[in-house]
Design a protein around this ligand. Sequence first.
Ligand code: 2AM
Ligand code: CA
Ligand code: CA
Ligand code: CA
Length: 279
Amino acid sequence: QPESPIGGKSFTAVAVNCAAKAGEWIKSKSGNFTQLDTKYSMHDLVTEVDKGAERMIRNLIATHFPHHSFLGEEGVEPGPEASAKALEDVSDAEYLWIVDPVDGTTNYVHGFPFYSVSIALAYRGQVIVGVVYDPSRDELFVAERGKGAYVHGRKMNVSDEETLSRSLLATGFPADQHVALPANLKGIQALAPKVRNLRVAGSAALHLAYVAAGRLSGFWEYNLSSWDIAAGSLLIEEAGGRMSDVRGEPYHLGVRSVVASNGRVHDELVAELQAAERT
Ligand code: 2AM
Ligand code: CA
Ligand code: CA
Ligand code: CA
């Protein structure tokens, strides 16, 4: 696995710088953005802030690393097929930046302060840097492969609950109203009575950061895209947690339906979701 360039700015420093700059601008525009559009459906929102933040991040990365590839939500046609295709198109990239400029746009639009900037760098398909930034609380979550996960310099560890009955879990309502939403409503119905409680706060990347920080025991969501998950996946792994798809198979960049946990409750969570899908 490659080291960051010596002398120049490290990969992690650039990722952090991008997240901080974009995050500050996003927060400054909160409540006074001017363009609100829908993309794929009435549930899929975008503002000029999403687009502007992605452009800002993309340009900053290109100045430092002009030969790296870039995949960002706002550069891809809306909808699940296009997002899977866009990932395929860059699958042979050596260095690939995977960026969600605003994860939680619906929250951002409503002034609900739970959204994030998500920036990952993958080397030959494996995430080596993951940064999630929450501008509302000025919380910066950073992981480097093999070097741990940190929130503002403090080492993060996943929580130690051993059972679902002691777990605080989070999930998300899928955008796909036909297949994924009914599937996840079954999951919610099955899990709600078995856990301490459930949260559905609206930013997958920030939910993943919260699992890494030990604030949530686990998280699952259906039909996400690579930019929602990539950065958070490394936070989880470096904080000692576990990432998989909803069947329990190991996480990779193509996984869209994801389970993340402190590791201890993982098998139980996957089993409940599998059982719920069969009902
Ligand atoms: P976004 O805000 O970047 O779009 C919330 O459940 C999660 O789902 C967020 O990470 C959100 O990312 C994502 N999301 C919202 N609308 C979506 C859509 N239409 N398709 C796919 N993911 C979506
Ligand atoms: Ca979006
Ligand atoms: Ca997103
Ligand atoms: Ca987004």
